[in-house]
Design a protein around this ligand. Structure first.
Ligand SMILES: Nc1ncnc2c1ncn2[C@@H]1O[C@H](COP(=O)(O)OP(=O)(O)O)[C@@H](O)[C@H]1O
Ligand SMILES: [Mg+2]
Length: 302
C-alpha cells in the first residue's frame, strides 16, 4: 500500500526514510472490498452451509485491517505507544518520527542504518542478544502490554549491531484485553507444563462459538497432542508450529478460536522461528516462561 524512500531533510541534511501511500490506493481498496463482499454473498447463496463459517465476517475484519493502514496517522499513533511501552529497553526500538512531517499519507522518520535478518551473520552482531531481545519484545507485547505488532515478519525488522532490534511497519496492531492476555497465558502455561485438559479447557472456554458434540473425544485429542509435544522435549521443537495442529483439532470439533489467538500465535511463531534459525541452541520456551508467569501472577491479584 505504501512505498518507503530514502531522503535527506532540507537544512541539516539529516537522513530520513519517507513512507508514502500509493496514489489511488484508497479507491482500489474500496473497490476490492465491494468485489469480495459481493462474491461472498453470492457464494453463501449458492452454498448455504458456508454461512456456518461466517466468511463475510472474516472478509470484513480482513478489509478493516487493510483499511487501518490507509491512514498513516494510525501508524504514527502506534509508533508513539510502542516507543512509550519500550522506553526502558535500549535493545528494542521503533523508528523516531518527525511529527511535523507526518500526515495521513506520509510518514517521515529517521533512517535506520540497520540490516535485515540476512546481515546478522556479520561479525559485529551478537546473535544471542538479538534473539533474546526479539523474544523479550514479543512476550512483553503479548503478556504485559496487550499491544502487539500484528504484522511481524522478518521484513519488518531491522537490526543494529551489536544486538538492537528496530520494529518497522506499525500500521497493524492487535490489542488484547486483560482477559485475553490471561487466557492466552493460561493456555500456553498449560501447554508448556504438559497439562492436556487445561489446554482443552482454555480453548473451549475462550471460544466465541462452539458446537462440540463429544467433549471427551476433544479433550482426549488435545491431551494426546500435548503429551506428544512434551515427549519431544521443548528444546527440539518449535512449539508454535505445533500449535497449528491444535487449530486442526479445534476445527474438527467445531470450536472456533478467537481471532486474537491467531495473531498471538503468528507473533510468537515469527519470534520463535527466527530464534530457532539464528540460535538453535537457545530454549525459547524457557525464555518465555517468566513473562507467562508474570501475566498469570497479575491475575491472581498479586
Ligand atoms: N526508518 C527506516 N529506515 C530504514 N529503512 C526503512 C525504514 N522504514 C522502512 N524501511 C525499509 O523499507 C521497507 C518497507 O517498509 P515498511 O514500513 O515495512 O512498509 P511496507 O508497508 O511497504 O512493508 C522495510 O522493509 C525496510 O527495508
Ligand atoms: Mg513491511
Amino acid at each position: 500500500m505504501a512505498q518507503v524512500h530514502e531522503a535527506r531533510l532540507p537544512g541539516d541534511g539529516r537522513r530520513v526514510a519517507i513512507k508514502i501511500l500509493r496514489p489511488d490506493i484508497i479507491l482500489k481498496v474500496q473497490l476490492d472490498r465491494a468485489i469480495l463482499l459481493f462474491l461472498v454473498r453470492l457464494l453463501e447463496r449458492l452454498i448455504p452451509t458456508l454461512r456456518l463459517v461466517s466468511l463475510e465476517e472474516a472478509i470484513r475484519s480482513f478489509c478493516d485491517a487493510v483499511e487501518e493502514q490507509l491512514d498513516l496517522r494510525n501508524e504514527a499513533r502506534n509508533n508513539a505507544r510502542f516507543a512509550a511501552n519500550f522506553e526502558d529497553d535500549p535493545h528494542v526500538c521503533f523508528p523516531h518520527l518527525h511529527p511535523t512531517l507526518c500526515g495521513a499519507s506520509v510518514l517521515t522518520m529517521d533512517f535506520v542504518d540497520g540490516t535485515h535478518e540476512d546481515g546478522l551473520a556479520l561479525a559485529e552482531f551478537n546473535v544471542h542478544q538479538v534473539v533474546e531481545s526479539g523474544m523479550r519484545a514479543v512476550c512483553r507485547m503479548i503478556f504485559l502490554h496487550g499491544f502487539v505488532h500484528a504484522d511481524l515478519h522478518p521484513g519488518n525488522m531491522l537490526f543494529e549491531p551489536p544486538g538492537r532490534i528496530v520494529f518497522l511497519d506499525l500500521g497493524l496492531v492487535g490489542e488484547l484485553t486483560d482477559e485475553d492476555r490471561i487466557r492466552t497465558a493460561q493456555m500456553l502455561m498449560a501447554l508448556v507444563t504438559g497439562d492436556g485438559p487445561g489446554v482443552a479447557r482454555a480453548f473451549f472456554e475462550n471460544a466465541p462459538h462452539h458446537a462440540v458434540t463429544d467433549y471427551e473425544a476433544y479433550e482426549r485429542e488435545i491431551s494426546e497432542f500435548v503429551s506428544d509435544v512434551a515427549s519431544k522435549g521443548l528444546g527440539q521443537l518449535q512449539v508454535t508450529l505445533e500449535i497449528g495442529r491444535i487449530f486442526d483439532i479445534l476445527r474438527r470439533h467445531r470450536i472456533q478460536a478467537r481471532s486474537h489467538m491467531t495473531m498471538v500465535n503468528l507473533a510468537l511463531m515469527t519470534a520463535e522461528g527466527m530464534g530457532k534459525r539464528l540460535a538453535p541452541e537457545l530454549d525459547l520456551s524457557r525464555e518465555a516462561l517468566p513473562y507467562l508467569a508474570e501475566a498469570l501472577r497479575k491475575t491472581q491479584g498479586d
